[in-house]
Design a protein around this ligand. Structure first.
Ligand SMILES: [Zn+2]
Length: 419
């Protein structure tokens, strides 16, 4: 499957994997068999030596044909009661009649059944920073949250993913250790921005596209790009037809706040909306100045938008036919600055979570399609780096660990807005 074509989708159909949440199994023979399979798989996690390849199949349901029932199945025409007929690992039919019983029918009652979620923005940190988090726990969190495919960022692994050999190492690890489908973005930094052969090698090896920072990334070996680097890379990115993710904050000096470092307001005032607006204006200007014909698949993708004030800028660019897309994250849709108590550095991310009117504006942009992607931007770090003991927002690592909650948090926030 070519994942590049799926970028605009928050939730995509992953035929082999149907995510089932808050499961309540019916009392059937099949449910008992599934329970045994789950226990076998769990045992294999607790005691890897117990794995018997003959007894653990890749799916948890031990028969080739079965039917899943729910009063809330997410379908293209809405959420409704349905029966999903599965054969050989594939959905062969979805019917509206749910009046059926039998040993191969599993009734999930009013639990939701939907396609697996695709999260195109997560930091899994392996290799090199498994003490921050690695593939095993990161992809387990994804599976627990209904994410069946995720795309890993080129940092904060060590080394970063800016050359082909590093990408291949990541691919091998993912193949061995991941519990869900994992694909990769490559890094675009001042070191490789003008070296189109290095970029082409990364695409040939399977990178879905590239990611850059316009502000310091927090990782010394992943420096941010400047306008000249972006201008040098654009002809390749457009010709290759690959997405270009950008952390769009253009950091300039702001007057130092006299507030306490444990106050969220102190951190918030250090990263004003102007940083996002300046970066997006510059990106649009660079797109305007580049005359390369964009192959299908190229899009300049603004990662994790926090400032809703940028939406008119982005819409104007899209209306002019520029290939621009934008994402926001579950935490920007779920929290606003007044939720964040002093010292609660778990909420620190960049760009920062802003005020309640901003949150509402982001929600309405997701609902009307101006924002087409919602991601987790899952970015774990050890407790010491989050400064949990001091509550110092200025020193704390900027990143929120929320992969497992991407779907429920987004669902809850949008539903509260009438979505
Ligand atoms: Zn990120």
């Amino acid at each position: 499957m070519d994942l590049r074509g799926l970028l605009p989708l928050v939730i995509g159909l992953n035929i082999a994997a149907v995510a089932v949440f808050y499961s309540r199994f019916a009392e059937t023979d099949l449910a008992a068999q599934v329970k045994t399979q789950i226990e076998t798989v769990l045992e294999s996690f607790i005691n890897p030596n117990s794995i018997n390849s003959k007894s653990v199949s890749c799916g948890l349901i031990p028969v080739p044909e079965y039917i899943l029932l729910s009063s809330r199945v997410v379908l293209p025409n809405g959420i409704q009661p349905a029966a999903i007929h599965i054969s050989g690992g594939k959905i062969i039919k979805v019917s509206s009649s749910t009046a059926m019983h039998g040993p191969e029918v599993i009734d999930f009652k009013d639990s939701v059944i939907m396609p697996g979620v695709i999260d195109v923005h997560a930091h899994l940190n392996e290799p090199g920073r498994e003490d921050w988090e690695g593939l095993t726990t990161g992809t387990a969190a994804a599976a627990a949250g209904g994410v069946t495919t995720l795309v890993d960022m080129p940092l904060n692994s060590f080394p970063v993913t800016t050359v082909r050999s590093r990408l291949e190492e990541k691919q091998m690890l993912a193949e061995k250790k991941s519990l869900v489908n994992v694909a990769h973005w490559a890094g675009l930094t001042p070191d490789n921005a003008a070296d189109h052969q290095v970029l082409a090698d990364l695409v040939a090896a399977g990178a879905l596209g590239f990611k850059s920072f316009m502000s310091p990334s927090g990782i010394d070996d992943f420096p941010n790009v400047g306008a000249a680097d972006i201008a040098a890379a654009l002809p390749f990115l457009k010709s290759a037809g690959v997405p270009y993710f950008v952390h769009a904050e253009f950091v300039t000096e702001v007057p130092l706040s006299e507030g306490l470092p444990t106050s969220y307001e102190t951190y918030l005032s250090s990263r004003p909306p102007k940083f996002e607006q300046d970066a997006i204006e510059l990106l649009i200007k660079l797109l305007d100045e580049d005359n390369t014909t964009a192959a299908p698949g190229f899009v300049l993708h603004i990662a994790h938008l926090s400032d809703s004030g940028c939406l008119p800028l982005i819409k104007a660019a899209v209306d002019r036919g520029l290939p621009v897309s934008v994402e926001t994250c579950a935490h920007y849709l779920s929290f606003s600055s007044h939720h964040i108590a002093d010292g609660q550095t778990l909420f620190k991310c960049a760009p920062p979570i802003r005020d309640e009117p901003n949150r509402k504006a982001l929600l309405s942009a997701v609902l009307d399609g101006r924002i087409s992607v919602v991601t987790s931007d899952h970015s774990p770090a050890p407790p010491s780096l989050k400064q949990l003991d001091t509550g110092d927002f200025i020193k704390a690592w900027g990143g929120i660990s929320g992969l497992q909650y991407l779907l429920p948090a987004t669902w809850t926030a949008l539903k509260a807005e009438g979505g």
